[in-house]
Structure formats: C-alpha cells, structure tokens
Design a protein around this ligand. Structure first.
Ligand code: ZN
Length: 197
C-alpha cells in the first residue's frame, strides 16, 4: 500500500501515544509535503531533547541540568514536598500557580499487574530525602485509581515517622486523572488536603 520508507514512517508515528493508523497516515503525508529544512528541524529537536533531557537528581522531574529549576529555586518553600506519579502532574500543578513548594516524581504508581513494585519507583529516594532534610509536610497528589490508592497508602506509611503527610482532596471521580483535572479543580484539591490517617 505504501512505498517502504513511507510505511516505516507511518509505523514509527503509530508507536506514539494517542496516534492510531489514520492519524499516523495523516501526519506522514503532511511531513512529506513540508520543506526538508522544516522536517530536519523536527528530527533534530526530537534527538536533541532525547539526548539532553534527563531526570533531576533530587526530584526526578525532567531536566536538562543535573538539578532542575524548581529544585534550584530558593524562593520556593523548601520544607514542603508534593509527591506525584508523573512529570505531567508537575506541569498540571504548576499551571494552578497555587503551589510553591518542591516536588518528587515517582515515575509511576505501584501496579503488581504490570510488574511495577515499589522498587521500580523513586520511593526509596523520597524516603531518604524526607529523612535527611527539614521537611514540614509531604503532600501526596496521586490520582485516586486503585493503583494510585495503593501507592498513596504505601508511601504514607513509610513517611509518617518523619513528617506530616497529607493527601490532596480530589473533587474528581474515583479513577479520575490528575492530568485531566482543570486548574481550578486541582487548586481546590490542593487547598482541601487533609492529613493521611
Ligand atoms: Zn528537581
């Protein structure tokens, strides 16, 4: 149906999240119509981002530096850490402009079905971080799915000996995703956080 280089392009595009066969075909045909210099810039941006962006050594958010901008920012509250599953959640929370503390990105949630146990996530690093620093509060902001709840309770138990642990109050339906909550909902959820029992 497609000449081989085009078939390969479509195949690669289709590996991206949210891109089905139709979208992949549309994107591929669009790419073929654009000037080569523009497509070269796209290819360069892909490779450069992949090469240069790593994880912050402190919070595991994406960063082009060993320590990310949020961790380096002295104007932020150093004694509060908000724990999230994914880097997308940091971006969502930053958009609310309500939160001025630090973050810790777990890199996922505990999910035995998918073979993800606590050791696959940055949980030990979090415990160490909380134990070794003056932390007044850890806010758990993990989506209330079954796996998210397991993760929240697990981390809560580990951190309670060291500091106050709260969880954000989701106005979201059970299973709702942090990423899809609008800014107002998320800001309210943060404001209405309560101490983990
Ligand atoms: Zn950081």
């Amino acid at each position: 149906m497609y000449t081989p280089p085009l078939a390969r392009l479509i195949e690669q595009l289709q590996r991206l999240p949210g891109v089905g066969p139709k979208t992949a075909q549309r994107l591929a045909l669009h790419i073929l119509k654009r000037p080569e210099v523009e497509i070269q810039a796209l290819a360069n941006a892909l490779v450069e981002a992949k090469k240069k962006v790593g994880l912050c050594q402190v919070c595991f958010h994406f960063s082009a530096e060993p320590i990310c901008e949020i961790c380096r920012n002295q104007n932020r509250d150093q004694e509060t850490i908000c724990v999230v599953a994914d880097a997308r959640d940091v971006i969502a929370l930053e958009k609310t402009r309500e939160y001025r503390g630090k973050y810790h990105v777990l890199g996922g949630v505990i999910s035995p079905m998918d073979g993800i146990g606590p050791e696959q996530l940055y949980i030990q690093a979090l415990v160490k971080r909380v134990a070794q620093n003056q932390i007044k509060e850890v806010i758990l902001a993990i989506s209330p799915t079954v796996e998210g709840e397991t993760t929240t309770l697990y981390i809560g138990q580990l951190l309670k000996p060291f500091t106050k642990v709260t969880r954000i109050a989701f106005g979201l339906p059970m299973g709702g995703d942090l990423e899809y909550a609008d800014e107002v909902t998320l800001a309210r959820a943060l404001e209405g956080r309560r101490e983990l029992e």
